[in-house]
Design a protein around this ligand. Structure first.
Ligand code: CA
Length: 227
């Protein structure tokens, strides 16, 4: 998953980025002002946006309005400076999905970010199942038919994205955008390597193949198609 933090307080942004990457294994990009933030947010490469309100350039609420007006549906968690009921209602009305008042608890922020991503992908529970394959986004663990599967962090991230987009064709470019920061082009030939490693670990000894390649289109988790 790929998280965008739009925040001009450099130390806070860096601490958040580190915590999110360490705790959740997500890739994080930081935009230090509203204009950069809008530009990145409009790329569609992010699974959640953490948006500060007080920003140089474009304000957080202006960024949010423009993003939603352009039809972008990426979930947005707003950081507010104080508990201001009126502005919170306004923000939720203008398309924010959640908010946290500063100063906030890091654990709470992480939990909300994960929940926002999960819900936006149509998953109600942190434990996501596909056939007999189960992935838990809180413990970052995977099992197939009850047996634990050991994945490297990048293999896990790749599978997590596919699990959140079950029965949907996911292109290589989409995977790259959501698994790497903005320099993803330089990694463009690694996806096949991760997919074949994941396949080896989850599909090789199973009765049913779950990861399918659609030549020229991408990959898809699909059931009901035995080997
Ligand atoms: Ca700020």
């Amino acid at each position: 998953m790929h998280v965008l933090i739009v925040e001009d307080e450099v130390r806070l942004a860096q601490n958040l980025a580190r915590a999110i990457s360490k705790n959740a294994g997500f890739v994080v990009d930081v935009a230090p002002d509203g204009n950069d933030g809008l530009h990145l947010a409009s790329s569609g490469a992010f699974d959640v946006i953490i948006l500060d309100l007080m920003l140089p350039g474009l304000s957080g609420s202006e960024l949010l309005s423009r993003l939603r007006a352009a039809g972008h549906k990426t979930p947005v968690l707003v950081l507010t400076a104080k508990e201001d009921k009126a502005s919170v209602i306004g923000l939720l009305d203008s398309g924010a999905d959640d908010y946290l008042a500063k100063p906030f608890d890091l654990g709470e922020l992480l939990a909300r970010v994960k929940a926002l991503i999960r819900r936006s992908k149509g998953q109600a529970s942190p434990s996501i199942a596909f056939g007999d394959l189960v992935l838990d986004i809180n413990t970052r663990s995977v099992s197939r038919a009850g047996k634990p599967v050991e994945l490297t962090p990048m293999e896990y991230r790749t599978l997590e994205y596919l699990m959140m987009h079950q029965e949907t064709v996911v292109s290589k470019e989409e995977l790259l955008e959501h698994l790497y920061d903005y320099n993803w082009e330089k990694f463009s030939n690694v996806i096949e390597v991760y997919i074949s490693a994941i396949r080896r670990k989850i599909d090789t000894h199973a009765s049913e193949r779950l990861i399918h390649t659609l030549r020229g289109h991408g990959y898809m988790l699909r059931l009901g198609n035995g080997r």
